[in-house]
Ligand binder design. Sequence first.
Ligand code: SAM
Length: 317
Amino acid sequence: MHDKYGPSRLRARHDKIHATDEAVTELASFKAKPINFKIGFWDPEVNGTRYLKALLYNLAADLSDENWKRLRRIGNRDIGNPITITYDGEPVCMDYLLSVLELDFIARHVELDGSRALEIGAGYGRTCHTVLSNHDVREYHIIDLPSSLKLSSGYLRSVLPQEQFSRIHFTSIHDVDTRYADTRFDVSLNINSFAEMNEETIDAYLALIDVHSDYFYIRDPVGKYLDPSLDGHAEGREIVEMALSTGKLRDVIDIHDNRAIAARTPAFVDAYRPGPRWTCVADGWFRPWSYYWQALYGKDQAEQLTLGAQADDEPRP
Ligand SMILES: C[S@@+](CC[C@H](N)C(=O)[O-])C[C@H]1O[C@@H](n2cnc3c(N)ncnc32)[C@H](O)[C@@H]1O
């Protein structure tokens, strides 16, 4: 019989399946269990895309006018079928949203127009695409593994006009020393890739930057994590072991504890300084990822810095 104040069929089903006698008396641990996932709808197991889109939506809502302009200048972002949300009529995906936040930081400290830039480990080329779409960069060099170069050269050729594409130079890791023996770069970039390299490889790249570049931007994790609830260790123990062994900052921390993160940031700034002549011009938290830090270093810059004012201008987590 219909109950005047009764539940809908949907709630009755939840009730039957999840609100069992056992579940409603299990106060010690009910909050991360199905009964509570039908009270608050935030079950992380089934809501991956919802969380990604919610995060994207919130980041898009907070973008500055300048960053909206940067994002809108980047054409063909739909190529590759990214996961997007729509904000003010504009499709927004995570990769390019992060790219404009990175560019925002870099462009505050480095003159990119007319520059020769070097990126180490470019993935499919989102940073190159973002920089070339926003700045009249003279040359953009990418050093990467041959397989990644195939992806980035194909992608960048398809998203950029020919004139901009012709300013990009793709260099395999096997040709670095011969190719760049006499080249000077205004700025070198490394985003989310030193952390997956062996320490000796990072040192070799830092030595290259030390000799050949004037500025260096890095955005990378401040440490490792070992919490299986974050990724289910889905790829198995062996991959976890490999991931723990790469990069320069290998201490395992709670990457969602702001004090644990803050304690590692001096080591981050120190680890990626290319050499003694380099000064950290600015560093700060790279939102939205709690444990990512970004830093911009300049060579022979110490005397030009208004000490303290610039070096501390980023928000802390
Ligand atoms: C996680 S992806 C990040 C890509 C890009 N920076 C981004 O944030 O979208 C890491 C990149 O580093 C590159 N990489 C890994 N080991 C490398 C090495 N030894 N030398 C140069 N690039 C390397 C990979 O091929 C890939 O392009």
